[in-house]
Design a protein around this ligand. Structure first.
Ligand code: AMP
Length: 540
């Protein structure tokens, strides 16, 4: 049967077969909220009816500035399945960026959490395309708002029927729009189609990817405004897994622990920073996470120390994964293969910090400067390229003459990587962050990972700084563990024997805080700016 690959099909199936699976969330306005997929889809129907009544046309953009909760999930289904495009926005972006992307996307409706009311009030004048502001709350949530026309979500959908006549949606039509973090230049919009979303969700459920099943209780700690929460809102519905969402408490270790314990969470996914917050809380409180079986960690390189603490102290396995906004995001996942069982502990550690193997639907390769494919020997560094069912081939609103793919149809990720003989890919850097010393490349990520393993270091970053002889040399920047002093000599000595001598950083700088981007990655751009007047010690 030529059934279309649409999010509507996920909704119909999950409604019939997993309607009773729970959806639990902390909401911005009413604390812990419990519902089911059946209820979520019923309310998505009501929402679709309300949007049609506002006069939206197929393909129109509907924006959200919201944390993970049941209402955001209703928007995921209600907007896309009605043929509109859900534009999820990162509320941590600077106001100028918010204005730019909402105007670029020509959003017509903006749904936002009550806590973002001051933010929205401050920029509303600069958003001419937005005709309707809707605060994600019960009645009365907008009573003190300075916005001229603002409604409350519950009032907007309240009167509508729960059996909206969903349209036949083309599988190639757009379902979601998400802008990349944009560390340089303007943010760029990536459009996902219904088809790419369904195929991505299918693949992410596979055993060597997230390995999701109906018996799972999933906690996506990755925000729903960041690459569709890694597709979990769709994958969990297909599998029938209970889904648990932390609302505005995403980076709060105490809340995460409580949710995991109370709801019996078995799988959780997020960036390394949130796991640092959880592990710190567990260490300090003596609490545990007995139901948790595995964490999926990606978005930034996961330090070995996090994987070890999860496994050794809590019996939780970590699957390191790599992806990007342009790849929906699933690219690779590091799930042990049979041959890894025979490895020594050191070899196993070396393997698990790698970002993993490709998943069917997204092929990868590394290429050298001349563009030819490099060997899978775990040594050769090259530009990482990807092609597949859920990889973007252009940016929203971009001139068709701009080529996003190379002549063979591959997308350049901007990451530098190695691939070993077993197909395990390892990110060594962003193209623009790699340190070029005497024409050879040094991986800043590898040095950061090693530094993070030192007991006196809470967080570490490595950037290249100018060097008269070598062009660039690595500078290690660290935040010491609370109450600890960092001894420069001892810290640099830590690298001896762990990396080639010429990789060892030339100096260490101590800072109180390392800057992060709106998506939680170390902002090397800000660090380079902060250290632009820094000079290496004369003798180095
Ligand atoms: P974004 O589009 O904001 O999700 O950022 C994607 C980028 O994050 C990738 O191109 C990588 O540079 C980085 N990234 C994602 N996952 C990992 C990982 N597991 N290890 C290292 N870098 C990662």
């Amino acid at each position: 049967m030529a059934l279309p690959l649409t999010i509507n099909e996920i909704m119909y199936f999950a409604g019939r077969h997993h309607g009773g699976s729970e959806v639990v969330s902390i909401t911005a306005d009413e604390g812990l909220h419990r519902s089911t997929y059946a209820e979520v889809f019923g309310r998505a129907s009501q929402l679709a009816g309300a949007l049609a009544a506002l006069g939206l046309e197929p393909g129109d953009r509907v924006a959200t500035l919201a944390w993970n909760d049941h209402r955001h999930l209703e928007l995921y289904y209600g907007v896309s399945c009605a043929g509109y495009v859900l534009h999820t926005i990162n509320p941590r972006l600077f106001a100028d960026h918010l204005v730019y992307i909402m105007s670029h996307a020509e959003d017509r409706v903006l749904f936002f959490d009550p806590m973002f009311m001051p933010l929205v009030e401050a920029i509303a004048d600069k958003l001419p395309t937005i005709e309707h502001f809707v605060v994600l709350s019960g009645a009365g949530g907008a009573s003190e708002s300075k916005l001229e026309s603002v409604r409350c979500y519950e009032e907007l959908i309240g009167e509508r029927n729960t059996d909206y006549a969903w349209p036949d949606v083309d599988e190639d039509s757009a379902s979601v729009l998400c802008y990349t973090s944009g560390t340089t230049g303007h943010p760029k919009g990536v459009l996902y189609s219904h088809r790419s979303t369904v195929l991505h969700a299918y693949a992410s459920i596979m055993p060597d990817a997230m390995g999701l099943s109906k018996r799972d209780v999933a906690l996506p700690v990755v925000p729903m405004f960041h690459v569709n929460a890694w597709g979990m809102p769709y994958a969990c519905a297909i599998a029938g897994a209970k889904i648990v969402m932390a609302g505005p408490k995403m980076a709060d270790g105490e809340t995460l622990q409580r949710l995991i314990e109370d709801e019996g969470v078995t799988i959780a996914a997020g960036v390394p920073t949130v796991w640092l917050a959880l592990l710190t809380y567990l260490r300090e409180s003596g609490k545990t996470v007995p139901s948790l079986e595995r964490t999926i960690v990606g978005g930034a390189a996961c330090p070995l120390s996090i994987m070890r603490e999860f496994e050794d102290e809590h019996g939780v396995s970590t699957r390191h994964a790599w992806g990007m906004t342009e790849t929906s995001p699933l690219g690779t996942v590091n799930t042990p293969v049979r041959s890894s069982e025979d490895l020594s502990e050191t070899e196993r550690d070396q393997l698990r910090v790698k970002q993993g193997r490709a998943v069917f639907g997204a092929d990868i390769k590394i290429v050298g400067e001349a563009g030819s494919e490099l060997a899978w020997d775990g040594e050769a560094f090259g530009d990482l390229k990807i092609r597949g069912f859920w990889v973007c081939d252009g940016y929203f609103g971009q001139d068709d003459s701009v080529a996003t793919l190379d002549a063979e149809g591959w997308f350049s990720t901007g990451d530098v990587a190695t691939i070993d003989a077993d197909g395990f890919m390892k990110i060594t850097d962003r193209t623009k962050d790699v340190i070029k010393s005497g024409g050879e490349w040094i991986s800043s990520i590898e040095l950061e990972n090693l530094a993070m393993g030192h007991p006196d270091v809470a967080e570490a970053a490595v950037i290249g700084v100018a060097h008269a002889k070598w062009g660039e040399r690595p500078l290690l920047i660290v935040v010491p563990e609370q109450g600890k002093d960092v001894d420069k000599g001892a810290l640099l000595g830590w690298f001896k024997g762990r990396v080639a001598d010429w990789w060892i950083p030339n100096d260490v700088a101590t800072v109180e805080e390392i800057p992060h981007t709106a998506t939680g990655k170390i902002s090397k751009l800000t660090l380079r700016e902060q250290f632009k007047d820094y000079r290496l010690p004369a003798e180095s």
